[in-house]
Design a binder for this molecule. Sequence first.
Ligand SMILES: Cc1ncc(COP(=O)(O)O)c(C=O)c1O
Length: 396
Amino acid sequence: MTTCHKHRLFNSKENTMKHAKLKESLTLTFSETARRMKHEGKPIISLGLGEPAFPTPSEISDETIIALKEGYTRYSDAAGLPELRTAIAEKLNKENNIRCTKDNIIITPGAKQALYITLLALLEPEDEVINILPCYVSYLPQIYLAEPKAKIINIDLDKETLTLPKEKIKAATREKTKVIIINSPHNPTGKVYSKEELTWISDWAKENDIWIISDEVYEKLLFSNEEHHSIASTNNKTITINGLSKTYSMTGWRIGYLCAPSLIIPLLKKIQQHINTNTCTFIQRGSCKAFSLPETFLSPFIEQLRINNNTLRKMIEQNEKLSYVQPAGSFFAFVNIKNTNKTSDNFATELLTQKGVATTPGIAFGWDDHIRISLAQDKATFTKGIKLIDEFTRAC
Ligand SMILES: Cc1ncc(COP(=O)(O)O)c(C=O)c1O
């Protein structure tokens, strides 16, 4: 169903303070509750996290400490250190088939900020943005904050198969359609868009002169046979968003980047200059190290995701209240809880308080009949958590 949720973020007419009705991030709220319960001594199994389960590679930390001691403590160019932008441009050319130079790259405090400055640069009042549901929690608030008068056209992935609803996208396309946001590998479903789907989006966007924002933060976290493809390799009106949070387990460091066509770089750079000047300089310098690391450090984590997904699949196959489309990437599974007759918020809250298992309610991503389970947990803890979810749902 194609729905327009303009200003869906509001839930009361009384409050007049600017943006006071912006909802808080449900994913962060739930992880904070779980953290608090843990702090109070309650045994909590956390399957809600959006973070990898391994430490930042020591090579990156060591290089960052050296940079700090060597005096990389001052402002950098707003676009970022040239050596880091060069390393990223080389990576994008080599691995992602994106033709770019360092001058197409801007380093940002996290991929989240890359997304936000992109939306600030692109959106004007009355522009329409096609957003695919379910989606990462920050897309809708960021579109609203970037341009409150932009119109958001939410289009659901197919609920049974998670395939791209091409006909609905075509039907929703108008003169005012300015941007589509694509995220692959996908948070929260673990879907990896097929090459055929990405080619379709690329061609459709070209025909209709639409910008693509391609969020690829989970590009390396693939645990099935799917391959990652970057839309910018076939469509140059694409802004690619990426970062080090997920691949290098650097969520707290706040470092991300975007790669954009030259025509929009000056505007993006000006926005960054006025919002945060630059990304932390010694972190930028230390992050250069990431691009020369052999990727073998990721193998144990990817294996862990595969094993945990198998544990989850086996449980779901035996539990008629639950179903899911197998994830292939990111580190999430999105489980259909419709047969429990609970809203996702009630399900997640009761599961947390009764069984001590933290998950994330699907409503945070736009689907209230699902919950998101993070596969990024050690095998024993994950298996215990899945057993408790099984028990909980059977009693629903
Ligand atoms: C799809 C997606 N995009 C962007 C981000 C933001 O990542 P960062 O930590 O680099 O800001 C996240 C974080 O969870 C995400 O899931």
